[in-house]
Design a protein around this ligand. Structure first.
Ligand code: CMP
Length: 135
């Protein structure tokens, strides 16, 4: 079984889109192993997005992701979970995402792009540890 991490972002949670997004994940053969609604404090948000530290959009990203509750999900599947999830999620910018992808359907702009998905297995493990604290 392979695993990855998906996070439903603040504007999608406050907009009540979490049910539709989770339904789409289940229909695409992901299994929800763990799920948690929580709000990042600044320190944990900076750690979560540490790979983007120093980029021009980093401070705005931290302030946005701490602005409301998020829903974090550990997802499992038999196939290549990281890659399959990234296909289903679509391009970072919803304006460039293909029809049928989560960001095409639920994203608004580059920052409010509905969800975050881990971009590699090592990063999935790091992000799962930050959010769920251990295996
Ligand atoms: P996410 O997959 O959560 O990873 C980092 C986030 O930074 C990304 O989605 C975007 O929502 C956000 N972001 C804001 N500006 C940019 C940018 N110029 N390039 C890439 N990501 C950006």
């Amino acid at each position: 079984m392979n695993r990855t991490y998906l996070m439903i972002k603040p504007e999608a949670v406050s907009g009540g889109l979490q049910g539709e997004i989770i339904d789409l994940l289940l229909k695409n053969r992901f299994r929800v192993a763990r799920m948690k609604q929580f709000r990042f404090d600044t320190a944990r948000a900076r750690a979560f997005y540490a790979v983007h530290d120093g980029k021009p959009f980093f401070e705005a990203l931290v302030s946005y992701i701490t602005s409301g509750d998020v829903v974090g999900l550990e997802l499992e599947m038999e196939g290549p979970a990281v890659e399959r999830l990234r296909e289903l999620v679509g391009a970072t910018d919803p304006a460039e995402a293909r029809p049928g992808t989560i960001r095409y359907m639920y994203g608004t702009d580059l920052q409010r792009n509905a969800v975050h998905a881990s971009d590699s297995q090592p990063n999935a493990e790091i992000e799962l540890a930050i959010v769920f604290g251990g295996p």
